[in-house]
Design a protein around this ligand. Structure first.
Ligand code: SF4
Length: 366
């Protein structure tokens, strides 16, 4: 028998035109990211709103299911309410310190309120948010980080009487008790640490005793490469054990990169099927084609395509088609020429300067 519990289902969205997603209960693992800009300039009918909606759609195209927005003040709450009324993607209001910001966000069309009980104050404040969400059919994420463990538990950690991992789990369980006492079941929990080991241990310990769905991720994971490494290690370990119902990769990089990383982790763990698989060679001294810049130009476009294909971008005509013969379509170059190949067979030989144009034409035939 599996040592970890099957999670219950939590419904998010599904009202006022927002896409409905079920988290947990064996449903597909969803991808989240976080908005990285101040949204206070977003007003009804503004250019900022148009730009924001465009970027939301791009993230959706890359495979993002849910986007979280920081709400540090009432102006941000108003702006998020506007954004939430103009997209069908489930949005999360991220609240710290002031529960009244959460209540303000209930006036818009967000799908989830994330609160950090460690800094939201008295139990009445948590209750007010829970009751508001209950009334409007919203979900809640209880988001706990190693940096916001309650003072009594933090003291035990400092005195080395309790591990930081156990402190995270105990904090989460204490909060879930409040939610259960209030009869509110539509919530998920996250326990995040910046260490891979603590993240894994805390989520494993929680999943042994609770059926509440888990949002998993490594917090403050670092710059692109470091963050990808840490997130991949922690998330792939947990996901392969069946732990984790929704994921966020936190990077000191763009939301696009967070979504692409999460998507690749899920794909490689066998939890997200389909889409474009991009293989590209690292380049070497045989290079006849600038693989790196071609990949930079095409990666996001390919990721946003609704095709189940493998695309190969190879540096030279000598080895490229052979190394990429499993690909549905590939491109390789040599000098002023480039070749397009399909399943290892050359279908076009073109001027290198036309590479993007011809590659696009051939891609559209698949
Ligand atoms: S495809 Fe060509 S350029 Fe790329 S790594 Fe292989 S041999 Fe080197």
């Amino acid at each position: 028998m599996c040592e970890f519990k099957n999670t219950r289902s939590v419904k998010i969205g599904g009202r006022n035109g927002i896409k409905e997603i079920t988290i947990g209960g064996g449903n597909p693992v969803t991808i989240q990211t976080m908005w990285k800009e101040d949204i206070r300039n977003v007003k009804e009918g503004s250019e900022e709103l148009k730009k924001t909606l465009l970027q939301i759609n791009e993230l959706k195209g890359l495979g993002c299911d849910i986007i979280r927005f920081a709400v540090p003040d009432m102006e941000s709450a108003d702006a998020l309410n506007i954004i939430s009324r103009n997209t069908d993607l489930p949005l999360v209001a991220d609240i710290h310190f002031d529960y009244r910001l959460a209540l303000e966000c209930l006036k818009g069309n967000v799908a989830v309120i994330r609160i950090n009980p460690g800094n939201i104050g008295k139990r009445e404040n948590v209750e007010a948010v829970v009751k508001g969400c209950q009334k409007k059919g919203l979900a809640i994420r209880i988001g706990i980080n190693t940096g916001s463990i309650p003072a009594d538990l933090e003291k035990l950690v400092e005195e080395k009487k309790l591990s930081r991992t156990d402190a995270l789990v105990q904090t989460a369980l204490k909060e879930t008790e409040i939610f259960e006492e209030l009869g509110f079941k539509n919530y998920v929990v996250s326990m995040k640490a910046s260490s891979v080991e603590e993240t894994i241990k805390a989520n494993e310990a929680f999943a042994r005793i609770s059926d509440v769905p888990l949002h998993i991720g490594v917090t403050e994971a670092g710059p692109l490469i470091t963050g990808v490494v840490k997130s991949t290690l922690a998330l792939s370990h947990l996901l392969k054990e069946g732990i984790g119902d929704t994921v966020r990769v936190s990077l000191s990089s763009s939301p696009d990169n967070e979504v692409i990383t999460a998507r690749e982790i899920l794909h490689e763990c066998g939890l997200r099927k389909g889409g474009v698989t991009l293989v590209s060679c690292p380049r070497c001294g045989r290079i006849g084609f600038d693989v790196h810049s071609f990949v930079d130009r095409w990666q996001k476009k390919l990721m946003a395509m609704n095709k189940n294909i493998t695309v190969a971008v190879m540096g030279c005509v000598v080895n490229g088609p052979g190394e990429g013969k499993h690909a549905d379509i590939g491109i390789a170059g040599g000098g002023n020429k480039a070749i397009i190949f399909k399943k290892g067979k050359i279908v076009r030989t073109i001027d290198a300067k036309d590479a993007d144009k011809v590659f696009k034409e051939e891609l559209e035939t698949l």
